[in-house]
Write a protein that binds this ligand. Structure first.
Ligand code: NAP
Ligand code: HSE
Length: 431
């Protein structure tokens, strides 16, 4: 099977290395050799740690995708639009297979690309787009395909998990740890996608579509990232027996008006003892709950050249074996379009952190807002002593109650001149 690779960065170079190193076993398992014939990137002269002089070079990714000597195009450029999308459309329209690691492109254009693939009987596969080296798309498309999934959730961004778990272990500063994650090749070209939760939301939208048989709906993922989490929140969470993790979570809720899809990404407190609390570094973990399979946990490296290349190459082997099906498990025309769920009535315990001026009456103001919002406080702590105008931290954990009540209490505090920063709201992940 002859392939072209568009994009020769962390993942592209990793794929070439893997195909070289494991060529014989891949040929045996695929039933035929998988051979790179052409490549493309921005800068032909850039050192890449792999020999690309043996491959044809194309400056133009559309020309690469249309080459007569190519059966499958591997898109590893990144970005929802631009050359990645143009090259992917060109490959599928020419009836060639497409393998991509690009979750942004799949989250935004996955249905269009899947329709193109289905219309041209061309394989489209994107295992590496979700959770790096973990075969979770295969797990949901194939392993749990006989189940109605009730919930899919987990740690979907290696960069955020690396930042949070390293800050927890070493007390290091956010910016310093983010720079380390970038140096390891975990972060997106624009790391704001990682730390603001957008990358995890791309992946969650893809998992939800495959897991629940629904149309991709990235626009309705509720997203909050980790930029507001401070080291004192991590320390406070630890004192309470929790770690902080960025969690993506999706489920389908049956309502009198019909089924509704909830998708959200947010930092959560995870109790030590919960399987996700032990997930450290760039590791990802996905929990899928099926009505017959019960709870399944998929865990492994969520980012980095080797694990991501492993997922890309597994897709190539599936294509070489002709083991392909509808990209989203169900043909696009039959995916259900579900409206977004309103989660205000859902019950949760919540960690709330306020930075407040250290002056008489502040605690009374906070607790009055909780009382008026009908939020019951389980524990409350004030740390430090402000010097004059200096801020102190007040952290509280609520008893279980409707999410809308917490929102109502916080709305009552909006604009209060006692607060020196917006409150941080971290739900506690149920066991
Ligand atoms: P990367 O290291 O930034 O590599 C991107 C490659 O695309 C580079 O070779 C670059 O060319 C080329 N490129 C970028 N913009 C281009 C343009 N406008 N025209 C032509 N070539 C262009 O990215 P990566 O980390 O390998 O990620 C690639 C894809 O895999 C992304 O979709 C990413 O989200 C996904 N992914 C990454 C990981 C990971 O751990 N890194 C894991 C899972 C999925 P030059 O090298 O010549 O500049
Ligand atoms: N930037 C992504 C992450 C790469 O940190 O998880 C893997 O998708």
């Amino acid at each position: 099977m002859r392939i072209a690779i568009a994009g020769l960065g962390t993942v592209g170079a990793g794929v070439i290395r893997l195909l070289d190193t494991n060529a014989a076993l891949i040929a045996a398992r695929a039933g035929r050799p998988i051979e790179v014939v052409a490549v493309s990137a921005r800068d032909r002269g850039k050192p890449r740690g792999v020999d690309i002089s043996r491959f044809a070079w194309e400056d133009d990714m559309i020309a690469l995708a249309r080459r007569d000597d190519v059966d499958v195009v591997v898109e590893l450029v990144g970005g929802a639009d631009g050359p990645a999308l143009a090259c992917s459309r060109a490959a599928l329209a020419a009836g060639k297979g497409l393998v991509t690691a690009n979750k942004a492109m799949i989250a935004h254009h996955g249905l269009e690309l899947a329709e193109l693939a289905e219309g041209h009987a061309a394989p489209l596969k994107f295992e590496a787009a979700v959770a790096g080296g973990i075969p979770v798309i295969k797990g949901l498309r194939e392993g749990t395909s006989a189940n109605a999934l009730t919930r899919v959730y987990g740690i979907l961004n290696g960069t955020c998990n690396y930042i949070l778990s390293t800050m927890e272990r070493t007390g290091a500063d956010f910016a310093e740890v983010l720079a380390e994650a970038q140096a390891h090749g975990y972060a997106e070209a624009d790391p704001a996608f990682d730390i603001e939760g957008v990358d995890a939301a791309h992946k969650l939208a893809i998992l939800a579509a495959i897991g629940f048989g629904t149309r991709l709906d990235f626009a309705n993922v509720q997203i909050s990232g980790i930029t507001a989490v401070r080291s004192h929140d991590i320390a406070q969470a630890a004192a309470l027996g929790f770690v902080i993790r960025l969690i993506g979570e999706a489920d389908v809720e049956e309502t009198p008006q019909g089924p509704r899809l909830l998708q959200r990404v947010r930092p959560c407190l995870v109790a030590r003892g919960h399987p996700l609390s032990a997930v450290d570094g760039p590791t990802n973990a996905v929990v899928a709950e099926g009505n017959f399979s019960g709870r399944l946990l998929f865990q492994g490296a969520g980012a980095g050249d080797g694990p991501t290349a492993s997922a890309v190459a597994a897709d190539l082997i599936d294509i070489a074996r002709d083991e392909v099906g509808a990209p989203f498990s169900i043909p696009v025309a039959r995916l259900a379009a579900l409206p977004p769920a309103e989660p205000g009535h859902r019950l949760a315990r919540t960690y709330l952190r306020f930075m407040v001026k250290d002056r008489p009456g502040v605690l009374a103001e906070l607790t009055a807002a909780m009382r008026d919002g009908d939020v019951s406080i389980e524990s409350l702590i004030q740390q430090g002593r402000g010097d004059g105008e200096g801020a102190v931290m007040v952290a509280m954990v609520t008893h279980e109650g409707p999410e809308a009540h917490v929102a109502r209490a916080l709305a009552l505090l909006e604009g209060s001149d006692s607060l020196t920063a917006p409150p941080l709201v971290l739900p506690i992940l149920p066991l």
